[in-house]
Structures are given as C-alpha cells and as structure tokens.
Design a protein around this ligand. Structure first.
Ligand SMILES: [Ca+2]
Ligand SMILES: [Ca+2]
Length: 351
C-alpha cells in the first residue's frame, strides 16, 4: 500500500501545480474582438514595438526589436531600433532614428522607454537596454532636426537588474521596475509560479539609489499621474495595477491594487483625459508556448477615474492574434490610438 501512496501523492501535487500554473497564466482565456475605427498596421514595424512614449507635441518614440528570455523574436540577429512617428500627420509613417557613433548599436536591445524635457526644452529619451541580456539604462538626447539620438550616458548599478520599464522624473532621476530576480527563462517562469516576490521598484538618482516598493510578483510597466502625485505600476504576473502615492523623498506608499483578468504590460496616461491605458496579454500561456497557428492575443484596457472608489474599465481593443499579437502598450493622442507589441507589428486606430 505504502509504495502506491507516494506516487499517488506526487501525481496529485503535480496536477495541482499544473492547474495553478494554467490559472496563473490564464491558459483558457479567449478574447472577444473589439476594434475602434479605421485601424491600420504601421508600415515598417515588423519586429516589435514593446514600448511607446509620446511628447506633448505628438512625436511618438517606439522601441523595437526586443530580445527577451522565453519570448519569441522574429529577427533574433537584428539589432533593436527606435522609431519616430509624428501623430499630428493625417497618415503618419515611422522613421528609424539614427544613433550617434560611439554607442554599441550591434548589441542594442531596447525595452521600456521614457521621455524627459528639461527647462531649456531639450528632449531626452531614456531607454532600458539589454545588451548581451544584461540591463543598462541608456540616456540619449533627441535631435529633432537631424532625426537622431545622441548617446550621452550608460547607467549601470547592482540594483538595476532585469529592468523592464522606467519613468524619468528629472535629470538622471528615475523609477525602474525589476520584473524578475533570475535571468534564465526557466527560473524566471519558476519564480513567477512559486510567487517568490524578490522583485521591486527602484528609485535611482546620482545621490541616492533605493528600493521604494516591494510585494510584486513581476512589476512591469510604470507611469505617473498628470499631477505627478501618483505612480501606477503593472504587475504582469498578478494581473493587476498598483496605485501608489509619491512622497517628497521619492518613497512610494501603496494606496490600492486594481485587480484585472489579464496580464498587464506597459501603462500610459491619456494626456487629454488622465485615463490610464494598459497594454495587456489576456493569455500568457499562448505567449510562452508560442504557436503561429494559435498566436498570443492582444488586449488594451482604458481605466477611467483610477483614483476613485470605483474606477471604470473598458476594453478599447481586443484581437485573437490574427491582426496583432501580444500587445504590450497603447498610447492615446487626440482621439488616435497607437498600439505596440512585444515582438510583432504595431497598430494605429481612430478612437
Ligand atoms: Ca514606459
Ligand atoms: Ca513591459
């Protein structure tokens, strides 16, 4: 009898783990299609548009070509790129920004991005980079006339590991999310499934570097409220958004968690309304077990009145992967919607 009990228990434990993993990864979820008006794929973007940031003038920066452990890449040997798109144009097209000499373009692997405009109206693009699968933070100055990025500085720090996204607050001052503790894809999946929670949000400045928020499974996109008082952080593994108050010393206090049924990637704020837009992965199992015949789906949520007792949540875009796979970000600008993906194309719609 005893010899039978052990395998039975092991089998039951394994079944439990598989069931938990399927639930965590939303393995059964299929989206119903939702499409705003006149959506068009953006010519020139084929290998991802993981993160997008848009200047108040309507110039959009798009990071493309991410290589990330466990995720597909349609061009694994091609260096990453930053594209520019002027959302004021009636039929905008993308243009690749050239990068100044002296920067190692061959290993460029851009991930989360954030723009910053200084008092003299100079525009800076901060880019999370993963050269050789490490994490660095690259600061570029944007030359609008030349349509180029001038590399100014690389920031590295022992706490800036597995960085997913950043939010710039001032010159060389930013928050960064660490999405995993481990860097090997099998261990990354394991730490997510066993709920290790060794990840965090970091505050970086030349004077001080500190962990300002913990308790996440896998923090991902990060953005700020229009009044600069609150931070929103997506936890892609827990399928939620953390709303946190910013203190004068840049510490963060958790105010609430908005639970969703989709894995939230990057977050942006609609400059006209203050609504939060979330690029989401409805079914992470399809992302991990990538199959072009049953591709990962896309979903974009709009969260209105996020600070109120009852935020209103609407789906502004959803697709089964036939048009757009693995949406990771969405930006609304003057009734237009720009949607990016981890490794696929990008879509431009009218709201
Ligand atoms: Ca970002
Ligand atoms: Ca992200």
């Amino acid at each position: 009898m005893g010899k039978l009990v052990v395998p039975t228990l092991l089998g039951a434990a394994l079944a439990l783990i598989v069931a938990f993993g399927r639930q965590k990864l939303n393995a059964s979820r299929e989206v119903e299609p939702v499409e705003p008006g006149n959506c068009q794929l953006i010519e020139g973007i084929e290998n991802g548009s993981e993160d997008i940031d848009v200047l108040p003038s309507g110039l959009a920066f798009i990071s493309s070509g991410l290589k990330y452990p466990g995720m597909p890449s349609f061009a694994p040997d091609k260096p990453g790129q930053i594209f520019l798109m002027d959302l004021n144009k009636p039929n905008p097209h993308v243009q690749e920004l050239s990068i100044s000499n002296g920067f190692d373009k061959a290993s460029f692997n851009p991930h989360g991005i954030s723009t910053f405009i200084d008092e003299d109206h100079n525009v800076y693009l901060y880019v999370v980079n993963h050269p050789h699968m490490e994490s660095t933070l690259e600061i570029f100055k944007f030359d609008e006339q030349q349509r180029s990025l001038v590399h100014l500085k690389t920031i590295e720090h022992e706490l800036l590991k597995s960085v997913n996204d950043i939010l710039v607050l001032g010159p060389e001052q930013f928050y960064a999310t660490r999405d995993h503790y481990f860097t090997k894809s099998c261990l990354m999946l394991l730490e997510m499934l066993i709920d290790l929670r060794w990840t965090y949000v970091l505050y970086y400045s030349p004077k001080e570097v500190k962990v300002v928020a913990r308790g996440f499974n896998s923090p991902n996109g990060i953005t700020i409220s229009p009044d600069k008082k609150y931070i929103y952080v997506a936890d892609v593994a827990d399928k939620n958004i953390h709303v946190m108050k910013i203190h004068d010393n840049r510490d963060l206090t958790l105010l609430k968690v908005i639970q969703l049924d989709t894995s939230v990637d990057n977050l942006t704020v609609d400059p006209d309304t203050g609504d939060v837009l979330a690029g989401c992965h409805p079914n992470v199992m399809k992302l991990i077990l990538y199959n072009p015949k049953d591709p990962p789906q896309s979903e974009v949520l709009r969260i209105q009145d996020i600070l109120s007792e009852k935020p209103r949540i609407n789906t502004v875009y959803a697709n089964n992967g036939s048009i757009l796979q693995a949406s990771s970000v969405a930006f609304a600008y003057k009734r237009k919607l720009l949607i990016g993906t981890i490794f696929d194309k990008a879509l431009y719609c009218e709201l």
